[in-house]
Design a protein around this ligand. Structure first.
Ligand SMILES: Cc1cc2nc3c(=O)[nH]c(=O)nc-3n(C[C@H](O)[C@H](O)[C@H](O)COP(=O)(O)OP(=O)(O)OC[C@H]3O[C@@H](n4cnc5c(N)ncnc54)[C@H](O)[C@@H]3O)c2cc1C
Length: 389
């Protein structure tokens, strides 16, 4: 199908991606306009699912099939739109209002990029790297689950949010879990050290084995599993490895198409890129200087962008968005201070539970991190912190 004879106005709004960003935006647009043509293009199978559920699948005993909430046909019917699955966009010609899918050219009236983030991949040598999995979508998750089969031992590289959540989920799901990370404790980029230690202790208490200050340097096949060699020469025998060392907004295609990129695709508060009628949101976007790889920010963006796309230009405003870790062995909630905030963390402990408050030099609260019983104070503290504006 090539629709380049359409004018800008009669062409559909094209959304690239059917993750939470793409489908949330489509849903918000439909609340405001029942008729504007919407076309969603996606490289995957177009199933609608909640990505955060991927790191609770074992505890909740959900198969990949059960995590899918709707197939693309159902989404198309519910939201009166067209979805083209297994359709990877290969280029954008913004001056001509065209997206490319190989040789095919499709005209858009407005284009929204919601194509997410890439997994950071470590270049680890060895004969067992086919047993190393990284999980950032339902298809990755399906492959990982299939690889487990009857196996019981898992090594996780990385002790950030996703590594710790998988550690908790798999341990509760009956697996033997080792976590190897170069940091001194858990969640180092999200929590102050005392709160990270509290989460690590909670996970260790349910049987997760941490190897902090270490990295995996090699993964070799050993029987039906693998042996991982760490940088101090020690080894861990395991069945399957999860790599959870980070995500990076997908920017290459945008850059090649002439859009301004930095850590993500650069957009302003109205979610406009450097090119007219091209917008971005979700894991791929850097909104007014901030890349926020979480659900609440993308929902706020979807609501604002739907208004803009239907004729009312609207800036996104976020409000207060605490991040909750899905680590029931030691629940944690954090509202990180802005990266440019100056101040200090004040730590209070009750046993292994931690309350950390980040005050600026004037003594006003700019962020907090709570673990264990202190998480009950989330709402009260949220009211005292300025939102991300
Ligand atoms: C295991 C895990 C647990 C998480 N837990 C939480 C949590 O508890 N709370 C929270 O706030 N956040 C959590 N997150 C983060 C959150 O899930 C993401 O921020 C969010 O799902 C990103 O959605 P997205 O639509 O922007 O990107 P994605 O879901 O990655 O969707 C990208 C879409 O773009 C498509 N695509 C990519 N390239 C192309 C192309 N060239 N052409 C066409 N289509 C393309 C893909 O096929 C896909 O459909 C978690 C993330 C993970 C991995």
């Amino acid at each position: 199908m090539t629709n380049t004879n359409l004018t800008h106005d009669s062409a559909p709004i094209v959304i690239i991606g059917t993750g939470l960003s793409g489908y949330s935006l489509a849903r918000e647009v439909r609340k405001l306009d029942k008729n504007v043509p919407l076309l969603l293009l996606t490289a995957d199978d177009g199933h609608s699912y909640s990505k955060p559920m991927l790191s609770t699948g074992f505890t909740k005993e959900k198969t990949p099939e059960q995590l899918s909430m709707a197939d693309p046909g159902k989404m198309a019917e519910q939201l009166s739109l067209e979805v083209r699955t297994f359709t990877a966009v290969t280029g954008i010609d913004a001056p001509r209002h065209i997206v490319r899918i190989g040789d095919e050219e499709l005209k858009y009236s407005k284009l929204v990029i919601a194509w997410g983030a890439n997994i950071v991949k470590l270049d680890i040598p060895g004969s067992g790297t086919d047993k190393v999995f990284a999980i950032n979508d339902l298809a990755d998750y399906r492959l990982f689950r299939e690889s487990l089969n009857e196996k019981k031992r898992i090594l996780i590289m990385g002790a950030g949010l996703i590594g710790c959540e998988f550690a908790n989920d798999l341990k509760i799901g009956g697996y033997d879990v080792d976590v190897v990370a170069p940091s001194d404790t858990a969640l180092p980029s999200l929590l102050p050290t005392a709160a990270g230690e509290s989460v690590a202790e909670g996970l260790a208490n349910v049987g997760v084995r941490f190897h902090f200050g270490r990295v995996v340097t090699q993964v070799d096949a050993l029987g039906k599993g693998v042996v991982a060699t760490l940088d101090d020469g020690s080894t861990i025998e395991t069945d399957v490895v999860i790599s959870a060392v980070g995500l990076k907004p997908r920017t290459a295609l945008a850059k090649n198409s002439g859009l301004q990129v930095n850590n993500g695709i650069v957009v302003n508060r109205t979610l406009e890129t450097s090119e007219m009628d091209v917008f971005a949101l979700g894991d791929c976007a850097e909104v007014d200087g901030q890349v926020l790889l979480y659900v609440l920010p993308l929902m706020a963006c979807a609501r604002a962008l739907a208004k803009t796309l239907t004729g009312t230009p609207t800036d996104v405003s976020y409000g207060v968005m605490p991040i909750m870790t899905k680590t029931p062995a030691c629940p944690a909630v954090v509202l990180p201070p802005r990266p440019d905030s100056e101040g200090q963390w004040l730590i209070e402990r009750n046993g292994s539970h931690v309350k950390a408050l980040f005050n600026d030099h004037n003594g006003s609260l700019q962020g907090f991190a709570l673990t264990g019983d202190f998480t009950a104070e989330k709402q009260a503290l949220s009211k005292l912190v300025p939102g991300i504006h």
